[in-house]
Every structure is written in structure tokens, then in C-alpha cells.
Design a protein around this ligand. Structure first.
Ligand code: NAP
Length: 436
């Protein structure tokens, strides 16, 4: 082992940066042994040096001066752990230009600017490692790009947002409405004050874009595939799904179907007691099928300070040891032309869970069944509970739940246009796919 230390900088000492610094400070011998050289944390860049970080760093390490890192020729690797797109993009480019390799956890940055940043890094002979950008502590990036390199991945079905999974678990487990479960997630630190990107499906979709790049060589835009979060889900739908034998999960899916790539992020019915259905609380899980290996599963903490730091520091060790230099140029990303087109939304097919609010009167089910049938949608099962006090209630609405056989989104959308003209249905209605 060389005694010559490698100098690194952390840019962004928030949740993840502080976790990474803690591992470096608390486990220097372990890191040095595995990297082949001691690691010296030379700079840690923040916006506010007075903020308490809960970690003791040597004097002079904490700074607000990002340029100090860029100018320091001793710094070989920067852990870029600020969130958001800007100035993350500009910082990454400056660091690459000044000869640093990058380790990052910023999925939004890679989803939006990955093509540009990877191309520049390759031109400059530098590397970008990003294990922590998808599924926090689960080593899925290395798994897809290295451990399963003999395979063509054919399917990814994943729970990639722990916040949403925690909220769904609490709703069904505690009989809570969405708002109450969200408030609990916020009070426990599983959801941010502004939880929008987690609960509207954006965070999971950004991670799916990165996984799709690695697994299929396809750069999908966020706008190219359907994305729906859990923010409009009602507890009653989770319960009806349960009656039918399913758990609702925010599922990110990418799979090859007839030479095209089907992609979506949406609340999805997953059959009870399957591995994905069993993932409870703020955890992530990924089901991955390869044409050589078959089906494989990965689960664990998808976020949080130390699980994410685990991936960041592993990337740092790989970069120091020279492994990233071997793998980065050969990642199957941003291939031109892309080997698969993203399947048009209307061609996506599955079974579907539908819930309508209907007037409790004769012929309603027959009218709906007729419209579905004319649009090539056949019904597998129906739930309609008697409305409380329905004997004397006049024209009250009741929920009608229908499970369909396999059909396409195009057929459903065409049926929905006709159904919206029925006086006996009160909008909105609910539609969720079923994972088979
Ligand atoms: N948190 C997780 O569990 C998790 C998991 C996986 C991936 N990630 C990703 O990791 C990245 C970091 O997340 P986080 O939760 O650690 O964020 P965070 O707690 O908000 O920390 C961000 C840090 O960046 C610093 N910063 C922001 N803008 C800066 C600027 N212009 N110049 C210098 N410093 C700046 C902040 O400084 P101040 O402290 O002085 O404000 C703060 O220390 C994000 O991309 C996130 O998506 C997070």
C-alpha cells in the first residue's frame, strides 16, 4: 500500500456529505486498506460555515470557497453532494476541467445533464461514479453495469422512492388517509418539508431514467413516459386492492416488449406476498430480469445518511483503486442511435384496477360493461358494496370497482372518453395497472 495520501474534497456537507465525511473520519484504516492509499479530506464546501454539522473536521477544511477546490491541484477526487441542477451542473464541469474525478449522488443532475457531463468526462479522460444516485445503499448501479454484464436486462420493476413506500405502508397499516401518513413521514424525517418530488413520482422517474440508460442504453426524457405519484391516492382504493389480493406500490417499470421499451412510474397493484409487496416502510427494492441469469431481487435502505454514504464511499474507493477508470468508459449509456424506442403510452398493456363512483340505480353496471366490451376490455371481477342506508337513500353514489383482463391503455382511454358521457358516473375515476 502506498503511504502517499490521496486528497479529496466534499462539495455539499448536508445529509449525505456529512455521512460520507463521517465514514472517512471514523474508518481511515479500513478505507486506506481497500483503496490502497490513505485518504485525506482536504476541503468540505458548504454555503454556511457556521451551521452545525454534527461532525468534527480539522481546522480549515470547511469552506464556502468552491474555487479553492477547483484551484487545488492536490485534490484528485470531488464528492459532489449538492442537490438540484444548478449550480451542480456548472460545478461538475469546472471540477472535470480542473482534472478531478467525480463521485455524486445527484440523480436529478444525471437525469437531466448526464449525457453532457459523461461526454465531457470522457473527452477529458476523467470519471463520474454514481452508485448513490439510485436506491441509496443498494448497490444496483454496479450490479446492472458490471455483475450482470453477461445479460441483456429484459425487465426492471422497482420501488425506488422510500418516502412513498413509507406513506403507502402507513395508510394501509394504520388505516390513515394520505395527508395523515404524509405528516407522519415528515415528522420522522422520511419526507422533506416540500415533499413534491418524492410523492409526485419525479424522484422515482429520475432514478428509472438512470437505470434505463445502464440496462437498455436508452435515454428517455422524463416527459416521454407516464409518471404518476401517490399524492392523489385514496385509502379506499388501497383497501379494495387488498380485497382483490393486491398491495398498492409506487412502481417504476422498464421492460422490453416486442422490441420496444415500456416505461412508467405509477401506483400499481402488486400481488400479496410477492417480494415487492412485502417491502414495507422507507425501503427500496428492485426486481431485475436478465436473459442469462433469470429473475434477481435486491432490497434495502434506498436513502438516508449512512446507507447513501456507504455507496458514496464505495465509489470513492473504486475511483482511488482505479476500478472506475476501467468501467466508466464502457458503461452502456447514451448510445447513439438508442437500441430501443420507448413504447407509445397507448400501447402499454396490463390488467387494470378501475374505480368509478356511480349512481346507485339500475343498469349502471350494464352500461359500463357495454362500453368496456365495445372497447375490447373484458371484466375479470367486480366489487360493489351496498351503500350504508341504501334502502331509503335516493340516487346516492357508491364505489364500483372493476378488475379487467389484460388490455391496452389505448383501449382504456377510448372507453373512458365514452364513460365520461354517462350521467350515472361521477368523476373522477381511478385507474391503476396490475403488475403480473
Ligand atoms: N438524503 C438522502 O438520503 C439522499 C439519498 C440519495 C441521494 N441523495 C442525493 O444526494 C444529494 C445531496 O442530498 P442531501 O440530502 O445531502 O442534501 P442537503 O442535506 O440539502 O445538503 C446539501 C449540501 O449542499 C450544500 N450546498 C448547496 N448549494 C451549495 C452551493 N451553491 N455551494 C456550496 N454548497 C452548497 C449545502 O450547504 P449548507 O449546509 O451550508 O446549506 C448542504 O451542505 C442530492 O442530489 C440528493 O438527491 C440524497
Amino acid at each position: 500500500m502506498s503511504e502517499q495520501p490521496v486528497s479529496v474534497a466534499i462539495v455539499g456537507m448536508g445529509t449525505v456529505g456529512t455521512g460520507a465525511a463521517r465514514v472517512l473520519v471514523e474508518q481511515p484504516e479500513r478505507i486506506a486498506r481497500r483503496a490502497g492509499r490513505p485518504v485525506r479530506l482536504k476541503h468540505a464546501v458548504v454555503r454556511d460555515v457556521k451551521k452545525s454539522r454534527g461532525i468534527e473536521l480539522p481546522a480549515g477544511v470547511l469552506t464556502t470557497d468552491f474555487a479553492r477546490v477547483v484551484r487545488d491541484p492536490e485534490v484528485q477526487i470531488a464528492l459532489l453532494l449538492v442537490g438540484g441542477l444548478h449550480p451542480g451542473r456548472e460545478m461538475t464541469l469546472e471540477l472535470l476541467e480542473s482534472g478531478k474525478d467525480i463521485v455524486t449522488a445527484n440523480k436529478a443532475l444525471l437525469c437531466e445533464f448526464g449525457g453532457e457531463l459523461f461526454a465531457r468526462a470522457r473527452e477529458l479522460g476523467r470519471t463520474i461514479a454514481f452508485e448513490a444516485a439510485v436506491a441509496g445503499g443498494i448497490p444496483i448501479i454496479n450490479t446492472v453495469s458490471q455483475c450482470l454484464a453477461a445479460n441483456q436486462i429484459t425487465s426492471i420493476a422497482a420501488i425506488l422512492n422510500g418516502t412513498s413506500n413509507y406513506i403507502l405502508t402507513q395508510m394501509i397499516g394504520e388505516n390513515w388517509p394520505y395527508r395523515q401518513a404524509l405528516a407522519q413521514a415528515q415528522s420522522l424525517g422520511y419526507a422533506e418539508e416540500d415533499p413534491t418530488l418524492d410523492i409526485d413520482g419525479t424522484d422515482a422517474a429520475q432514478k428509472l431514467v438512470i437505470l434505463t440508460q445502464l440496462a437498455f442504453g436508452v435515454k428517455a426524457q422524463l416527459t416521454e413516459f407516464p409518471r404518476k405519484g401517490i399524492d392523489t391516492l385514496e385509502l379506499s382504493d388501497l383497501k379494495y386492492a387488498g380485497e382483490l389480493g393486491y398491495t398498492v406500490k409506487l412502481l417504476a417499470v422498464a421492460r422490453l416488449i416486442a422490441g420496444q421499451l415500456e416505461m412508467h412510474v405509477q401506483p400499481t397493484l402488486v400481488r400479496h406476498h410477492t417480494p415487492l409487496a412485502e417491502i414495507r416502510g422507507p425501503f427500496n427494492a428492485i426486481a431485475l430480469v436478465g436473459d442469462v441469469v433469470g429473475e434477481t431481487w435486491y432490497s434495502g435502505p434506498g436513502a438516508g445518511q449512512m446507507p447513501t454514504a456507504s455507496s458514496v464511499v464505495a465509489d470513492l474507493i473504486d475511483t482511488i483503486a482505479g476500478r472506475t477508470r476501467l468501467t466508466f468508459p464502457r458503461l452502456e449509456v447514451w448510445r447513439d442511435p438508442p437500441p430501443y424506442a420507448v413504447q407509445p403510452r397507448e400501447k402499454t398493456s396490463s390488467r387494470f384496477y378501475l374505480r368509478f363512483n356511480v349512481l346507485d340505480q339500475p343498469h349502471v353496471l350494464a352500461d359500463i360493461a357495454d362500453i368496456l366490451g365495445r372497447n375490447h376490455i373484458s371484466i375479470a371481477s367486480v366489487i360493489q358494496h351496498e351503500a350504508a342506508g341504501s334502502d331509503n337513500a335516493d340516487r346516492r353514489t357508491v364505489p364500483l370497482v372493476i378488475m379487467t383482463h389484460r388490455t391496452t391503455v389505448g383501449n382504456l382511454e377510448s372507453a373512458e372518453r365514452e364513460l365520461s358521457r354517462l350521467q350515472s358516473i361521477t368523476p373522477p375515476h381511478v385507474r391503476m395497472p396490475v403488475a403480473d
